[in-house]
Write a protein that binds this ligand. Structure first.
Ligand SMILES: C[S@@+](CC[C@H](N)C(=O)[O-])C[C@H]1O[C@@H](n2cnc3c(N)ncnc32)[C@H](O)[C@@H]1O
Length: 156
């Protein structure tokens, strides 16, 4: 979701060949997304025909319990739209949030104790748990990205 060039869709299928296909969704697919896909798929032919790009909004995609929603750096409230879609479809989800909007995002009233972006992500965890999800939290190396909080969740 919010896939940009769709690199993550390719990498996930490379890492987990048990997933039959990936849908790469973005409201504005970059022009070079197709070229990148061609190059990647000529290096890894087993990806051919398994990744479909869709130029539309996350909110319009039908999600079901067999899906895994992934999104890297869906800016600000876009991460919440990904969580909304996952909860609605009872799908598993993995996000790496970024660009937290300290003015509008729900911080769960935690700003007295936690820095703003952490309060927002902690509140996302609380929301997933109250929607019946089991949550796992990790970080990726800060050298890859300083926006490095990885939030994974699956229905209980
Ligand atoms: C910061 S970029 C991240 C792109 C990619 N995930 C990456 O890590 O390189 C955010 C992306 O969200 C897309 N976007 C914004 N609103 C969206 C929406 N409602 N539905 C789907 N994509 C959206 C933008 O077009 C942009 O490509």
């Amino acid at each position: 979701m919010a896939c940009g060039h769709g690199l993550l869709a390719h990498i996930l299928l490379l890492l987990d060949d048990s997933s039959p296909a990936a849908l790469a969704v973005d409201v504005r697919l970059p022009k070079s997304a197709g070229r990148l896909a061609t190059v990647l798929q000529s290096d890894w032919p087993r990806l051919q025909g398994r990744i479909r790009f869709m130029q539309q909004a996350i909110e319009t995609i039908d999600i079901g319990p067999d899906d895994l929603l992934v999104s890297v750096h869906a800016c600000g409230g876009l991460t919440d739209l990904v969580l909304d879609a996952a909860i609605k479809g009872r799908a598993r989800v993995a996000v790496l949030p970024c660009c937290h909007d300290l003015q509008t995002a729900d911080d769960g009233g935690l700003r007295g104790w936690l820095d703003g972006s952490l309060a927002i992500d902690a509140t996302r965890v609380a929301r997933l748990r109250s929607a019946g999800y089991r949550v796992y939290t990790h970080t990726i190396p800060v050298e890859i990205s300083p926006r490095n909080r990885l939030l994974l969740a699956e229905p209980e």
